[in-house]
Design a protein around this ligand. Sequence first.
Ligand code: HEM
Ligand SMILES: [Cu+2]
Length: 557
Amino acid sequence: MSDVVLAGELPFPQRPDYLAAGSTLRSWLTTTDHKRIAILYAVTITVFFFMGGAAITAVRLELFVPNGWFLTSDTYNRLFSFHGIIMVWFFLVPSIPNTFGNFLMPLMIGAPDVAFPRLNLFSWYLTLVGGAFAVYTLIAGGVDTGWTFYTPFSTMFSNTHVLTAAAAVFVVGFASIATGVNFIATTHMLRAPGMTWFRLPLFVWSIYATSIVMVLSTPVLAISLMLVIAERWLGLPIFDPTRGGDPILFQHLFWFYSHPAVYIMVLPAMGVVSEIIPCFARRRLFGYDFMVYAIIAIAGIGFFVWGHHMFVSGQSPYASLIFSFLSFVIAVPSAIKVFNWTASLYRGQISFNSPMLYALGFVGLFTTGGLSGLFLASIPVDVHVTDTYFVVAHFHYIMVGGSVSAFFGALHFWWPKITGKMYPESWAQFAAITMYFGFNMTFLPQFFAGYLGMPRRYHTYPAEFQLYNVMSSAGAAVLAAAYLLPLMYLTWSLLHGKRAPSNPWSATGLEWTTSSPPPPNNFDMQPLVDRGPYQYHAERESAGTDAPEVQNARSLR
Ligand code: HEM
Ligand SMILES: [Cu+2]
């Protein structure tokens, strides 16, 4: 035991941790421990991630040559639709909130569990039911509407399994709402003594803001899908223009959810990065208050920009102007965050551990995605690149380059806490760097192909675009290999990894004050909080360097 006890660490307590608290299948399927539920989600979304990945591998293979070679256009449509539906609703939306949010939020605020533990478990079962509908859709032959279910195609023309696909998303939406309600209540009610709102770690703030977006926007998605089901199944005239309906209404409803939903996907990622950067730069996070206001601003303004997805739909040009303007406005808080992360690195003692590599990757890729968002927010440019690969590149830079990088960053940062095991760092660094290169190789060419006019969602294209597509497909192969690496060395770490101390990175959050893995009720004693979350400058103080910095920091206490 002695080799794992670092200076200043508590020795391992002699009581069971949450993983040892029961090992039967039943103990897992009936658990109400937020940490075990987080593991259930982690396993579930990993399965979905690889399913969605398999679908898109076939798509990229098909796009290797201009005229297609092994998929019919019909199969192709079903594959990219399945990819989008699975990745958005069954991987990205639940990814960070339901795994790391569930695991860490109570630990970070010093609580023994979430506010409604049974609702938490119920929400996981809802995810399974939704997933069952999605898998059934696939087995029954798939759906070809794309992840957006646009009417009138989805209601009147598609001959595929729209009903079960819509049911899948409908059900998993309720899992999202239940989780959001739970996190909001937890943040309000279960903070440890002294954990004031402005001492909350930014990860908690971002999960809190995400939860509010989930609770307010997801019902709109549920209603939109109900209406599609009502029209398609029961024949009620809602979107059908020949019977007085309005097909554009669906787009408004859909994007009124789905634009805020992109922030459900990226805010938690921002939270993760805000935890990792101070830790590996040994610096207090620059501009904590501004970061909090930026989170709130993003969550709020996110509700007012949906119309930027509809510049070519025939909506009023005046509406488009306002949506364009507000889309530029929402870039401001995003830019503030990028600025503050960068400023937190300034004069830090940076170590490039794997979580940090992922966090830095996030900042670069998110910035690229955000800047291309500004191109799209500008109406004339958007009209030019609408429904081209430029848009595909834009959202993948943010959703995959940003959110998935942050997911892997979180996985590596908190892995020792969650599993009680260390992983081989050099493998982890290698995977992070390969992922970064694979990602850019896949998606950078898509900006060019799109700008030059290659439309999205087609399974054939003119030969002039082949070079971009070959690069993209080759990059996707590198990326896929990079995603498989963590699966291998993390499994190895579970079996053979060294035991993790309670705080391997000398981080300052409350979650690092309990043992790794934590006991079932999180803390042996009720934690008391007497300071803000990122007091890393204390280390510099003790090192006796950098006097002005220390003074500055002190005055903040
Ligand atoms: C600076 C902030 C951002 C701005 C100004 C922006 C702007 C836009 C615009 C104008 C479009 C519509 C393009 C078109 O269809 O012609 C778009 C599409 C999209 N954006 Fe963003 N965006 C931003 C951030 C984000 C973030 C943070 C995410 C995700 C986490 C995201 C995900 C998407 C998705 C998924 C689409 C395409 C949906 C589809 O048609 O399938 N965007 N963005
Ligand atoms: Cu949007």
